[in-house]
Each structure stands twice: as structure tokens, then as C-alpha cells.
Write a protein that binds this ligand. Structure first.
Ligand SMILES: Nc1ncnc2c1ncn2[C@@H]1O[C@H](COP(=O)(O)OP(=O)(O)OP(=O)(O)O)[C@@H](O)[C@H]1O
Ligand SMILES: [Mg+2]
Length: 149
């Protein structure tokens, strides 16, 4: 279960996230909607341990992301498909992810097939990928360990 309680984030004078609370139950699909600048990405960054909250808490399975050992194996995250190393090939990105998470090397080829990146595309550098190809690659990284959340 994802639980956000009285979560706020302030950047100087600017209150980016203002005291929000919600829960997402396991197995549910949840849309997170709001106008540009409403604080959606900031909230998700706080859930994924990339931004420190000013107040409140954001937990997954009752734990903060940063307190979970090898969190990539438990939680699949894709916040920004373009936030990848442009000089690496798609296959290299997946190989590094699998090694970092301690997964079987065979997962690389499995995930390339799951997301529909061909062997030829996997040899190309991410800097030359289209947005859709980057999104496929990001989904492959997020789902590679078969995360529960
Ligand atoms: N690092 C930062 N420093 C200062 N202000 C920030 C920072 N990150 C976000 N903000 C501000 O916080 C507010 C919320 O930004 P956020 O990116 O969370 O919005 P969003 O809901 O994801 O918007 P969008 O729909 O455009 O993706 C915005 O006003 C933004 O300018
Ligand atoms: Mg955003």
C-alpha cells in the first residue's frame, strides 16, 4: 500500500506540495491528476526518495523508499523516460540495471522482448532513441525484477 500523509514540500517561498494525504491499495490502478505545476512530480519524487519532504510522510508498504534494501527489486518506478545516460545502448542500460539489482542476466533479453525493443534497437545508443523507445526502455527497467508495487 502506498500511503501519503500530510505531505508538504517547500522551495524557499514557494509551497510546491501543500499538505496532501492519500492511499493507493495493492492491485489498484490510480490516476494522479492536476494542472501543470500542481506538485504531482514532486509528490512522486518524495515517494521515490529523490526529494526530501518538508513535512509529512510518504511510504510504500509502511517503509520509506530509502529504508528499503535494494528498493529497485521491490518497487518499479518510471518518472522521466528521458533521464537516462545518452551514451549507453539500451542493452547496456538494462544490463547495468540487472547487475545493480542482482538479477539473472537472462532478464535483459526477456525484458527487451516484453517491451518490444528489437535486438538491433537494443544496440543503439539511448541518445538516438525516440521518446517512445525511451519509454519502452524505462518500463523495462521498472518491471525487470517483477516488483510488487
Ligand atoms: N527543484 C525545484 N526548485 C524550485 N521549485 C520547484 C522545484 N521542483 C519543482 N518546483 C516547483 O514546484 C511546483 C510543482 O512542480 P511539479 O514538477 O511537481 O509539478 P507537476 O504537477 O508535476 O507539473 P506538470 O504537470 O507540469 O508535470 C512548480 O511550481 C515548480 O516550479
Ligand atoms: Mg510533472
Amino acid at each position: 500500500m502506498i500511503e501519503v500523509q500530510n505531505l508538504s514540500k517547500r522551495y524557499g517561498d514557494h509551497l510546491a506540495v501543500d499538505d496532501i494525504s492519500f492511499t493507493c491499495r495493492p492491485g489498484s490502478v490510480t490516476g494522479f491528476l492536476g494542472p501543470n505545476g500542481a506538485g504531482k512530480s514532486t509528490t512522486l519524487r518524495m515517494l521515490a526518495g529523490l526529494t526530501i519532504p518538508t513535512a509529512g510522510s510518504a511510504t510504500i508498504g509502511s517503509h520509506r523508499y530509502t529504508d528499503i534494501p535494494n528498493p529497485g527489486t521491490q518497487i518499479g518506478v518510471l518518472l522521466d523516460a528521458s533521464a537516462q545516460h545518452n551514451g549507453r545502448t539500451g542493452r547496456e542500460v538494462l544490463t547495468i540495471a540487472s547487475r545493480t539489482m542482482g538479477l539473472d542476466r537472462g532478464r535483459v533479453d526477456q525484458m527487451l522482448e516484453v517491451v518490444g525493443l528489437s535486438p538491433k534497437e537494443a544496440k543503439r545508443r539511448v541518445g538516438n532513441y525516440s521518446l517512445g523507445m525511451r519509454q519502452r526502455l524505462g518500463i523495462a527497467v521498472a518491471l525487470m525484477p517483477t516488483p510488487r508495487c
